[in-house]
Design a protein around this ligand. Structure first.
Ligand code: NAD
Length: 499
């Protein structure tokens, strides 16, 4: 049994509120640790310390800040195994998947090693007689990140790397379900040379989140989690005058055209549907074959592949395909939704509700579940299940399949499998979804592009990481400067063009 407090002013400290949450081992159902839940006054004290530390950090030149990122990247690589183990122990995902979680965060750190070039300003020489204009990108001050359980390394790294390299201090409020990795990340940042107080981890629940939203010193909030909470945080943060970018849930569709390579499409659906037990915001949860022949060809290939999937604890080794869900409540909710699918008339071709694993009877496992003949009015279509459940919605034509995808309220990711470049281009151009895969099931963009959904999957106007992150974490100041050589007319009283 271990205890996790907060990371304040360069060290781990115990919580003072007297409130804690249990940290479960999802494979066994046992409580393995406790995490402190911060009070408003603890959060406010952490923000005050961060504000004091930010002054020096913001004045540090960008290249020196980037060198901290270089060292940090090196340390993440050094500790990759340790980070992955801690991540799997609390989240439940397999070790290779946990390493992927760290790796896709590290890639954003790598881009931030070149942050100075993204922080350069703009300059207009001789915008008027003797007049020059220049725009600077300056840090906001103290910013906050609020992150979900499903990528406890990647998403904190997506936020902290651009925020810190742009000269801000950051308060990170990670998920209370798997808080170990963010604490380890804070220690690595300090080892990399980040001054004390510039990055603080404050663990907590709604009380800490609300304290962030109401603290006047916090200038911006970056959130990732479910849609109702994203919408709540966006509304309250912006009402309090903060910048906010809040990324929410998803229901990602993959269209399979009759000319697609069916084996490759089936492999892609199994990996993208069941990897990480479906607990990915970019998981494919809806397969949309065009035409009954395509649907039959897929069913024939999917069922044997699904039956072969190996589900187990991360300790069972690399040949496990996916692990348990994160909590008992998540498991029960997913099983309840599967039952609703059966009751509402979908055809269940693989049923994971009664999955049992000897020695892990109390773990939060759900076996792979596959429904055919799902219709849009059913709860398994309407809800983000966030579990190992793949639904197939048959459509007669490409236009019908496109319409289904576009009518869905979520717009995080989508994919099309086809051999026809013209169809693929049409899809990429017309679909109202933020990230599109062409014969590529999980199109999470590389770290020098940006990540963001549309519709109910994101609130705010800038994406995560890449150039957008530097726009989000800086503000522009524009200077108009004049030097008086040869201009001696005296005062000017009219607002006028410079020329
Ligand atoms: P969640 O919304 O329950 O929690 C996210 C964060 O909000 C946590 O830090 C949590 O402590 C906090 N929180 C929870 N309830 C709150 C409340 N009532 N008031 C204030 N704060 C609250 O999400 P989760 O279960 O941790 O993560 C899964 C969700 O995240 C899924 O919906 C998934 O699609 C989404 N997600 C989205 C993206 C994306 O980039 N769009 C990426 C990963 C996950």
């Amino acid at each position: 049994m271990y205890e996790i407090g907060h990371f304040i002013d360069g060290k781990r400290v115990a919580g003072k509120s007297g409130r804690t949450a249990d940290i479960f081992n999802p494979a066994t159902g046992e409580v393995q640790g406790k995490v402190a839940l911060a009070s408003t006054s603890e959060l406010d004290a952490a923000v005050a310390a961060a504000a004091a530390a930010q002054i020096g950090w913001g004045a540090t030149n960008p290249q020196r800040r980037a060198r901290v990122m270089m060292k940090f990247g090196e340390l993440i690589n050094r500790d990759m195994d340790k980070l992955a183990e801690a991540l799997s122990r609390e989240h439940g995902k397999t070790i290779p998947d946990a390493k992927g979680d760290v790796q896709r965060g590290l890639e954003v750190v790598e881009v931030c090693m070149g942050a100075p070039s993204l922080l350069k300003g703009e300059y207009t020489d001789s915008g008027g007689p003797g007049i020059d204009l220049y725009s600077m990108r300056q840090p906001l001050g103290v910013v906050a990140g609020i992150t979900p359980f499903n990528f406890p390394a990647m998403i904190p790294l997506w936020k902290l790397a651009p925020a810190l390299s742009a000269g801000n201090a950051m308060i990170m409020k990670p998920s209370e379900r798997d808080p170990s990795v963010p604490m380890m990340i804070a220690e690595l940042l300090q080892e990399a040379g980040l001054p004390d107080g510039v990055f603080q981890v404050v663990n907590g629940d709604k009380e800490a989140v609300d304290a962030i939203l109401d603290n006047d010193a916090i200038q911006a909030v970056g959130f990732v989690g479910s849609t109702p909470i994203a919408q709540y945080i966006y509304s309250r943060a912006t009402a309090n005058g903060k910048r906010a970018q809040c990324f929410g849930g998803a229901k990602n569709h993959m269209i399979i055209m009759p000319d697609a390579d069916m084996d490759k499409a089936a492999d892609a659906l199994v990996g993208a549907g069941f990897g990480a037990a479906g607990e990915r915001c970019m998981a494919i949860s809806v397969a949309v074959p065009v035409g009954d022949k395509t649907a039959e060809a897929l069913v024939e290939r999917l069922v044997p592949r699904i039956e072969k999937l190996k589900v187990g604890p991360y300790t069972a080794g690399a040949d496990i395909d996916y692990g348990p869900l994160v909590t008992r409540a998540a498991m029960e909710r997913v099983k309840g939704l599967i039952t609703s699918g059966v009751e509402q008339g979908a055809k269940i071709l693989a049923d994971g509700r009664n999955f049992r694993l000897q020695g892990y009877e109390n773990g939060y496992f759900v076996g792979p579940t596959f429904f055919d003949h799902v219709e849009p009015h059913m709860d398994i279509y309407k809800e983000e299940i966030f579990g190992p459940v793949l639904s197939m919605v048959r459509r007669k034509s490409y236009e019908d399949a496109l319409k289904l995808t576009m009518d869905n309220p979520y717009g995080n990711g989508t994919a099309i499998f086809t051999a026809d470049g013209d169809t693929a281009r049409d899809f990429a151009s017309r679909v109202n979804v933020g990230m599109v895969g062409i014969n590529f099931p999980i199109p999470v963009p590389l770290s020098y592009h940006t990540f963001g959904g549309w519709k109910k999957s994101a609130f705010g106007d800038l994406n995560q990481y890449g150039p957008d992150a530097f726009r989000f974490y800086t503000r522009t100041k524009t200077v108009t400067a004049r030097w008086f050589s040869g201009i001696k007319e005296g005062g000017e009283f009219h607002f006028k063009a410079m020329d």
